[in-house]
Design a protein around this ligand. Structure first.
Ligand SMILES: [Zn+2]
Length: 699
């Protein structure tokens, strides 16, 4: 049963009621499912997580490397051994698979080479691995420049605008920007737009270093040699740079894909690299310009200044090659017994910037353990009714490429068959649970987390997650930054992203097993807990009579988001009359969605439908999210087709709900608001009509 039929206000008080009832289940099938879930929870073997994590993260394995192909083979072997049918999907993508050459020197007034790799630490044997690379940023341009420096704070749009207002000329200078505030690729994009000759990105001790606490290996913060690596790719679509909308199928394959030329794509051209704060302090110590505005001072023991002055010269040399590189997704499938063409998909990438013990392979190890437990469950005669798929994506770190190419290849099938996509990137990196989801997936997350015991406590995962004060935990909106992007924002598969987080040495060479065992998750209990939850969630979705999407939540969430948008618009355009058409549609949607809940509950009680009729109902349910898929897409990129959500095109990671309208708000514009009122009202009307049809079918 869904939470209530009376809308918003009842939400908080009804948690006890829905704890006992499984959404989408008849009383009889719930009884069976309860048994299955009980069995599942005793089948999971908590020790397997550690075994797989140790095997997966013994060596650095970036996309396109031989080491990563060995990881691929381990995935296939493990999945096959556990009875999962595994398929390898190869793609030929444009990729800077290695750092190439990169160096930074202070050349005047003194000459100092700047360290660009993590120290070898006696406490951390992994830090001495010979295959580790210096700090670098994939998708840098190539160039050798010597210039004066400008400090741009976090290098956000607002920061560059502030520099302009301060009269600072960036042309021909090397920009120094700290990590944080936006996706690093935008720092490069803005620096290039303002005419910079190069860009150095660094982690400031105030944001993640000694100002925060003890540094690695004594503590969890960046030491003076720790470097965040990462992609700089900022195109107006996600995935392989040469094949938007199309899968980057192998060049030597039967089906030929039209590819763009690299020079047509608009890749960055200036050299960009990342340094640790122990190195950039040599630059900051010698800057002589005007002191920075409030909020721009970082944690190095100097007055931060906007410019270095004419006497301070820095040399930045990056020579980075891009090649056509073959990468591989591994998809494991457990065929459903009754509805094999309805897919519950979970996934995590397997390529890493170094060892990847938290990011990403804590997620990989958990999924492998889950695959094995599912097999043990099958040996007890329990198999899911719908198919469960496990996706191991390649080349995520370079720009969410592997998963996007697979989604583009499987586009039509996913549209018809995918029930949900569960993203598990770095999913076991600590002990703090968090989740973001499309509205329709929120309810089933709340229900299933109540069935899981939180390790070393007498509480459920749900209770620990919500904390003492709240009735219900917070579920965020899906943003960018990982493999759910194409599923959710391009095809309209209801998606969620979840995991347990903790301290992180994000994208450094120290993200290894020593760090994991000492700081990230020393108890090694959370891998098992996450496996229990993800498995239970998958089984719940796989066996439900009616797919347990939360339909009324569409109206509830849309109402909130449109109210927020109208408020923002009135902030710069007081005459704005509101989204009149949309508001009318949301009101009607709310009524029809409540009616759906009622009709479904009644139907589950009386069960008068044949299996074929149920399949038809579930197919229509899967189609609902597609009401938000708009062929014209966004003005900031037509590949982004979801009217409901996209990643923020100015910062990359953040979630933009109602992205068509958010884009207008960002530019403080009003001329397209009427158009968007119409387009959004059209989508909501379509959703409403589809739900009406379902209400008829449920009678
Ligand atoms: Zn990741």
């Amino acid at each position: 049963m869904k939470r209530t039929f009376v809308g918003l206000l009842a939400f908080a008080v009804s948690s006890a009621a829905w704890a006992q009832n499984y959404s989408g289940y008849t009383p009889a099938s719930q009884k069976k499912q309860e048994e299955i879930e009980k069995k599942w929870l005793t089948t999971t073997d908590f020790s397997r997580f550690r075994t797989h994590l140790t095997a997966l993260t013994s060596v650095p394995h970036t996309a396109g490397s031989v080491q990563n192909e060995k990881v691929r083979d381990y995935l296939v072997e493990t999945m096959e051994k556990a009875g999962w049918k595994s398929t390898v999907y190869p793609y030929d993508i444009l990729l800077p698979k290695e750092p190439g050459y990169s160096s930074v020197f202070v050349v005047a007034p003194v000459r100092i080479p700047l360290n660009n790799q993590e120290y070898v630490l006696p406490e951390d044997p992994y830090s001495a691995h010979p295959d580790l690379w210096p700090g670098w940023n994939a998708w840098s341009g190539s160039g050798n420049v010597t210039a004066e420096v400008v400090y741009a704070n976090y290098g956000t749009k607002a920061d560059f605008e502030r520099l302009e207002k301060e009269g600072i000329d960036i042309k021909g200078k090397i920009v120094l920007a700290r990590y944080g505030g936006n996706f690093r690729g935008y720092k490069a994009k803005f620096a290039e737009q303002y005419g910079a000759a190069g860009l150095i990105i660094y982690t400031d001790p105030a944001d993640a270093g000694y100002m925060k606490g003890l540094v690695y290996p004594q503590g969890v913060f960046y030491n003076e040699s720790s470097i965040q690596r990462g992609s700089l790719l900022t195109l107006d679509f996600t995935g392989d740079a040469l094949t938007p909308f199309e899968p980057a199928l192998p060049l030597d394959g039967a089906k030929k894909i039209k590819r763009l030329k690299p020079e047509e794509v608009g890749l960055h051209t200036i050299p960009v690299t990342s340094l640790p704060y122990g190195s950039v302090k040599e630059i900051f110590a010698r800057m002589t310009g005007k002191p920075v505005p409030a909020g721009w001072q970082g944690g190095l023991p100097y007055t931060y200044r906007l410019t270095g002055g004419a006497d301070l010269k820095v040399n930045l040399n990056v020579q980075q090659k891009k090649d056509m590189v073959r990468v591989y997704d591994v998809i494991g499938k457990w065929e459903g017994t009754e509805n094999p063409d309805e897919w519950i998909i979970m996934g995590c990438h397997y390529d890493a910037w170094s060892f990847g013990s938290t990011d990403p392979n804590s997620g990989t190890a958990m999924m492998l353990a889950l695959a094995e437990s599912m097999n043990k469950l099958a040996q007890q005669g329990i198999k899911p009714k719908r198919s469960i798929l496990i996706g191991h994506w390649d080349a995520e770190e370079h720009g969410v490429i592997g998963s996007t190419e697979w989604v583009e290849q499987m586009h039509d099938e996913l549209k018809a068959k995918a029930v949900t996509y569960i993203n598990l990137d770095a999913a076991v990196s600590g002990r703090n649970f968090g989740a973001s989801a499309s509205p329709s997936m929120k309810q089933v997350i709340l229900e299933t987390t109540q069935k899981i015991s939180f390790p070393d406590s007498s509480k459920t995962l749900f209770e620990v997650w919500k904390g003492a004060k709240k009735q219900e935990p917070n579920i965020g909106n899906l943003g960018g930054g990982s493999d759910h992007i194409a599923f959710y924002m391009h095809v309209g598969v209801p998606s969620l992203n979840a995991g347990v987080g903790g301290p992180t040495l994000y994208h450094t060479n120290y993200d290894n097993l020593t760090f994991y065992e000492k700081f990230a998750e020393p108890s090694f209990q959370m891998g098992g807990m996450m496996e229990q939850w993800v498995g239970l969630l998958s089984l719940r979705l796989a066996n439900a009579d009616v797919l347990p999407y939360d339909i009324p939540r569409y109206a509830t969430d849309l109402k909130t988001h449109f109210e927020a948008a109208e408020k923002q618009i009135k902030g710069y355009s007081p005459d704005f009359k509101g989204f009149v058409k949309v508001q009318k549609e949301i009101k009607e949607l709310d009524i029809i969605a409540q009616a759906f809940d009622k009709a479904m509950a009644a139907q589950l009680k009386k069960q008068t439908k044949t299996a074929a009729q149920m399949q038809q109902i579930n197919a229509k349910l899967r189609a609902l999210e597609k009401a938000f898929i708009d062929e014209k897409g966004m003005y900031f990129g037509s590949w982004y087709r979801s009217l409901y959500a996209s990643s923020d095109p100015f910062s990359g990671y953040a979630s933009w709900v109602l992205p068509g309208i958010q884009y207008e708000i960002e530019g403080k514009k009003t001329d397209k608001l009427t158009e968007w009122d119409g387009r959004y009202a059209g989508a909501i009307q379509q959703l409403k009509n589809q739900i009406s049809e379902l209400n008829q079918l449920l009678k």
